[in-house]
Design a protein around this ligand. Structure first.
Ligand code: NAD
Length: 490
């Protein structure tokens, strides 16, 4: 049996195992490629969110879900298999509502994270849920100690629009496999990717009612309820640093665990002995992928002052060759921005770059011949002071600034001169020199000479204001666990 993941009267919510309409009606889903309305999604209200939280609480407190890793592994695999059985429908939804380049849907935009669910199922089966510590004699009493890992409880998962499946599944996979129950609240720009998960979970898995709930909503504050509600034990948030701070503040009142994946302004450091052409071409190309809407993309290119002009020329050549295109086309890597609001935001930074004395060498406007949708040209900016907001703030568009540095220590200093610490890259040929720079940069992931850190078994997350905690890998699974230590007389 296949399911219709995009019903014409609107995608449903999933609450307590039932697919239901939103009590606030429906809201429109818009194509970033054309700017046109393409359908509807259930508009969840505060009341719906309350019902979802209540269902998740009951499922955690009153069913065997949290103590049955075998059931959880089976259910997570069923969800993966249902997604694989509907992969072409999911692909079209992802391209339609997120503007995801078709090319990326066979990787991190869809198929990659779907397959990764299997890794979390396996972890649930093989994880050391119980460890015996050696006999000890605290206070002179021989004591046997058992360390147990247990699910945290009800998880509120709040996600952004840029890589909806990757981020939804990097939360649901480990949270469910670890034994939690979940309420997922996706971004209003991408309700369908999340609603599809709800439909597939309800119709093709044995996930018990209330264990997984999906509440789409046009109202950001419906998500805020997850941070405030005392029935929620952990809030797992991915989004902007500004919203992350408000989630953290709201969660403080009930002292719930807070897991945050936030913004970035990562540095791509090209050392003086690097292959300049390979490095600058990679920096130029990667900032254009998905129109720069990736939190971990490097958006500051740091090059030695002695090679500045050559580096700028190579970077400009590559960026000038990337044409924004229809994400439906197989060859497109740079699609549209998600919304008109996001394009206005990017364009306001381009305006600011001009005001701050920057020179726009490539792009700087809207691509010719693309009058519909929210496209911007890949844009290369030089000549900005490091104090400019364009250099310091996350833009979330295909915009790269080039900054010269004097020596390796100066490169590290500039790379770290940011409130963020998410990711970055280092290119160079002398391993010792590269390692020194890698050690100096304070970020959660780094790519050396083009190495790929993105993988289900590799923890991802930020230093400083880029977040708290790690997603994916065993570390990402353990974010969703509590630790219980039990002592017996020996
Ligand atoms: P956003 O912060 O505006 O929204 C993220 C989510 O939070 C959405 O679901 C939104 O509805 C919800 N939300 C908004 N206000 C809220 C509130 N007061 N309380 C609770 N929830 C609220 O972010 P966005 O514009 O959707 O996404 C882009 C941002 O996400 C960028 O800053 C990007 O760097 C970041 N991001 C980070 C990572 C990472 O892993 N570090 C990954 C992807 C995106």
């Amino acid at each position: 049996m296949t399911s219709d993941l995009r019903p014409s009267d609107g995608t449903p919510l999933l609450i307590d195992g039932k697919l239901v309409g939103g009590s606030a009606g429906v809201f429109a889903t818009t194509s970033p490629t054309t700017g046109e309305r393409i359908g509807w999604a259930a508009d969840g209200s505060a009341e719906d969110m309350g019902a979802a939280i209540a269902a998740a609480r009951t499922a955690f407190d009153e069913t065997g879900w949290s103590t049955d890793p075998g059931l959880r592994a089976r259910c997570v695999r069923q969800l993966r298999d249902a997604m694989l059985d509907h992969i072409e429908q999911l692909r079209e939804i992802t391209i339609a509502e997120a503007g995801a380049p078709r090319l990326l849907t066979s990787g991190p935009h869809l198929e990659g994270p779907v397959h990764d669910l299997g890794w979390f199922a396996e972890l649930a089966e093989n994880y050391a849920w119980r460890t015996d510590l050696p006999i000890a004699e605290p206070l002179g009493m021989r004591t046997a100690r058992v360390l147990r890992r247990e699910a945290v409880g009800v998880v509120g998962a709040i996600t952004p629009w840029n890589f909806p499946h990757q981020i939804n599944l990097a939360k649901l996979g480990p949270a469910l496999a670890a034994g939690n129950t979940v309420v997922l609240k996706p971004a209003p720009d991408t309700p369908w990717c999340a609603a599809a998960l709800g439909i597939l979970a309800a119709e093709h898995t044995d996930i018990p009612p209330g264990v997984l709930n999906v509440v789409t909503s046009s109202d950001h504050l419906v998500g805020a309820l997850l941070a405030e509600d005392p029935r929620v034990d952990l809030v797992s948030f991915t989004g902007s640093t500004r919203t992350g701070k408000s989630v953290m503040a709201a969660a403080a009142n009930t002292v719930k665990k807070v897991f945050l994946e936030l913004g970035g302004k990562s540095a791509f450091v090209v050392l003086e002995d690097a292959d300049l052409r390979a490095a600058c071409s990679m920096a130029a190309f990667s900032v254009c992928v998905h129109a720069g809407q990736g939190c971990a993309l490097s958006t500051r290119l740091l090059v030695p002052r002695s090679k500045y002009e050559e580096a700028v020329a190579i970077t400009a050549e590559t960026m000038g060759g990337v044409r924004p295109g229809d994400p439906n086309d197989a060859g497109t890597v740079c699609g549209p921005l998600i919304s008109e609001r996001q394009r206005q935001r990017v364009e306001s930074y381009l305006e600011l770059a001009r005001r701050d004395g920057g020179e726009i060498l490539v792009g700087g406007g809207r691509p010719a011949g693309r009058d519909e949708g929210w496209f911007v040209e890949p844009t290369l900016i030089t000549g900005l002071p490091t104090t400019s907001a364009v250099v310091r703030e996350e833009i979330f568009g295909p915009v790269l600034v080039v900054l010269p540095y004097d020596d390796d220590a100066d490169a590290v200093r500039i790379a770290n001169d940011s409130p963020y610490g998410l990711s970055g890259a280092v290119w160079g040929t002398d391993p010792e020199r590269v390692d020194k720079v890698v050690s100096g940069i304070r970020t959660g992931t780094l790519s050396v000479n083009g190495g790929t850190w993105y993988s289900v078994d590799a923890p991802f997350g930020g230093y400083k204001q880029s977040g708290i905690g790690r997603e994916m890998g065993v570390a990402g699974f353990e974010e969703y666990l509590e630790t219980k230590l039990i002592a017996y007389p020996a």
